[in-house]
Design a protein around this ligand. Structure first.
Ligand code: ZN
Length: 355
């Protein structure tokens, strides 16, 4: 039997109407209809406002409340299995206390998750809108080390979504300013910076637990994909296609498909055999040369937020990663959620199905 002391988790609210008692809110909520069960569970919940072990609670419910041992055990199991309990060591003043409630609600041990996060190293490839939001989320969540990679300087036209930059930073290096701003928000983590343009020949990246790739252009992602598969680096692609916020695929070499396993983009040149097609492709090239992606705060933050959920679940080792083997897309005009499947493909020229 465990000697751990527990408390009723602070996120557990209780409600009641003529039909039922409601344990928890949000996705946690369960209905208790039976009146005796209501009394039993409410007794256990009330008495777990102060720390107790499971054994102490079972004994208390028997001695003080005259429930049978079976009923007492039933109440304990109910609260435990519903993720309604937390270790009594929970400290609401701790820096990471609020995310700890989310991890606990998700069925994970918050201390273990936080320890895992603090030992992880994440590369942020591309420090624009997506890179700003994701690095800020990961730094404040306590990821042990971040390496910021970008070659660009800050422009006034970046400020609508690259929210860690200010007017005074115009012309300065993105990675230097981002590092400065992230350390203001969490000085306990390590941040390295690498000034370079990704997608070049013979790119080399530091060893890491995960890379977040949000650099402009399909070729950067496709080149990084080959590098990641070869060097066994898990990564997630995050961005937007016009007005659709995109996250995934989440590629774990050896376990999932890679981005080349499926044809996710329509502008991949095919083998050109006729003069007619050659002419068309020249025109297409000219048209696409002046392409500029629409980029607003909402598409950047939505894609970043949804990706961060998958990233934290992966690094903290709990829950289910939504973008495994698929690229997820949230349409910002009608909130339609769709995805493009990207499962391991034996015919893939990069990973060969990899699994
Ligand atoms: Zn592949």
């Amino acid at each position: 039997m465990s000697t751990n002391k527990y408390i009723l988790a602070p996120y557990v609210g209780v409600g009641m109407d003529e039909k039922a008692m409601y344990m928890g809110f949000g996705s946690l909520q369960k209905l208790v209809i039976n009146k005796t069960e209501q009394t039993l569970i409410l007794s256990a919940a009330q008495n777990w406002l102060v720390p107790k072990t499971e054994d102490e609670m079972i004994e208390f419910l028997q001695k003080e409340k005259y429930f049978s041992k079976d009923d007492a055990q039933k109440a304990v199991n109910y609260l435990k299995q519903g993720n309604y309990l937390m270790k009594a060591s929970y400290d609401k003043n701790d820096r990471y206390s609020r995310p700890a409630l989310y991890y606990s609600l998700s069925g994970a041990d918050p201390d273990l998750v936080q320890e895992k996060l603090s030992n992880k190293h994440v590369l942020i490839i591309g420090c624009g809108g997506i890179g700003n939001h994701i690095s800020s989320a990961l730094a404040t969540a306590g990821i042990g080390k971040l390496t910021l990679i970008d070659f660009d300087t800050i422009e006034i036209s970046n400020l609508t979504r690259q929210t860690l930059f200010t007017e005074k930073d115009e012309g300065k290096s993105k990675i230097e300013i981002l590092k400065r701003e992230l350390l203001k928000r969490n000085s306990t983590i390590q941040i390295d910076i690498i000034q370079k343009e990704s997608g070049q020949k013979d790119d080399i990246f530091p060893k890491c637990d995960l890379a977040v790739v949000s650099a402009d252009g399909n070729s950067v992602v496709s080149k990084f994909n080959s590098y990641a598969v070869k060097n066994n680096i898990p990564y997630i692609n995050v961005g937007y296609i016009e007005d659709i916020a995109i996250w995934g695929p989440f590629v774990i070499p050896g376990k999932t498909g890679c981005i080349a396993c499926a044809k996710l983009a329509s502008n991949t040149p095919f083998e050109i055999t006729s003069d007619e097609d050659k002419k068309k492709w020249e025109i297409i090239g000219k048209i696409n040369e002046r392409y500029q992606a629409p980029s607003i705060w909402a598409t950047n933050t939505l894609a970043s937020s949804l990706a961060v959920l998958d990233i934290i679940r992966y690094l903290g080792e709990f829950g289910e990663i939504m973008s495994i083997n698929r690229r997820m897309g949230l349409w910002t005009h009608n909130l339609k959620l769709d995805f493009q499947e990207c499962p391991p493909n034996k015919a893939c020229s990069v990973c060969g199905g990899g699994v």
